[in-house]
Ligand binder design. Structure first.
Ligand SMILES: Nc1ncnc2c1ncn2[C@@H]1O[C@H](COP(=O)(O)OP(=O)(O)OP(=O)(O)O)[C@@H](O)[C@H]1O
Length: 264
């Protein structure tokens, strides 16, 4: 349902940070986009959600289609209205508002009162902790609960495709596992997910397919179970040699020799 073809992204006049990336997301299941810091994951997500110009970036070439309609360079409101809803990195909830009010904000585009009530029942079923805290201010929730609320708020708009940008960032391993389970549940409930993650172990455990980005290029893609068995992913992402035990890459930026290994 989402087709990204030969996408090139740049900030200002600088060299591109995404170089001709092609990615397909099917109408069901979870697709994971993996990569270390600086690989270009967030830039790609910004291109899809139409928010690149807000960050001084632009699509220099290529196309993005959603449900067969071209949305390359569409503005964020138009992208969201088409049913493609993003939960950006960093748990942006309205801290001064209650859980209930945050959910109301997510449902602002849903006209029918009945549909809003149904969506709320579904998110409370999925996130019972939010139901218990519905009158609590979002700013006083724990980090994990705020991430759940950010996802729940996005689900209130009844998206056709959910983009999740690094939902596990900064969370304890138990919560990371819980987020992974939630992502699987969302997909099983009928909302496909494009999951952007540095935590490859979690992402590959829930994804059907995955793409690995290095320095703005797709260096590996395929069924998630195949990728998790591959030597390169195992070594770099799943806790052998260079990776740490949580499935994160060590270090702040991808090393060029690593790219050479991927593409050799
Ligand atoms: N607003 C910006 N202006 C200029 N360069 C940017 C901007 N945002 C990102 N970049 C650059 O684009 C490259 C890709 O960064 P991006 O944030 O897309 O990677 P990422 O894979 O999402 O990394 P992270 O996991 O750290 O968020 C980096 O070299 C980064 O410095």
């Amino acid at each position: 349902m989402l087709n990204i073809e030969e996408l090139v992204v740049r900030y200002g006049a600088r060299n591109p940070v995404v170089h001709g990336v092609s990615i397909d997301v099917a109408e069901a299941g979870v697709v994971a986009l993996l990569g270390a810091n600086g690989a270009g994951k967030t830039s790609l997500m910004r291109a899809v959600s139409g928010t690149l110009p807000l960050h001084g970036g632009s699509v220099a070439a290529g196309t993005i289609k959603f449900l067969d309609r071209e949305i390359t360079r569409a503005n964020p409101a138009a992208v969201m209205a088409s049913g493609l809803v993003q939960v950006p990195e960093g748990r942006h909830v309205f801290g001064a508002l209650t859980v209930d009010e945050n959910l109301d904000a997510g449902a602002i585009t849903v006209r029918s009162r009945e549909a809003r009530a149904r969506a709320r029942r579904q998110v409370f079923e999925m996130f019972p902790r939010l139901a218990e805290r519905r009158r609590q201010r979002a700013g006083t929730l724990s980090g994990g609960e705020q991430q759940m609320l950010a996802i729940a708020r996005a689900l209130m708009s009844r998206p056709k495709l959910l983009l999740l940008d690094e939902p596990s960032l900064g969370l304890a391993p138990m919560l990371v596992k819980q987020i992974g389970e939630t992502v699987g549940e969302i997909a099983r409930d009928g909302v496909p997910v494009l999951l952007v993650e540095q935590n490859a172990a979690m992402a590959l455990s829930v994804a059907d397919r995955a793409y690995v980005l290095e320095l703005g290029r797709v260096v590996l893609s395929g069924p998630a179970d195949e990728l998790s068995r591959s030597d390169e992913v195992g070594r770099l992402y799943l806790g052998d040699a260079d990776g740490d035990a949580d499935g994160h890459l060590r270090g702040e930026s991808p090393a060029v020799p690593r790219l050479a290994r991927w593409t050799a």
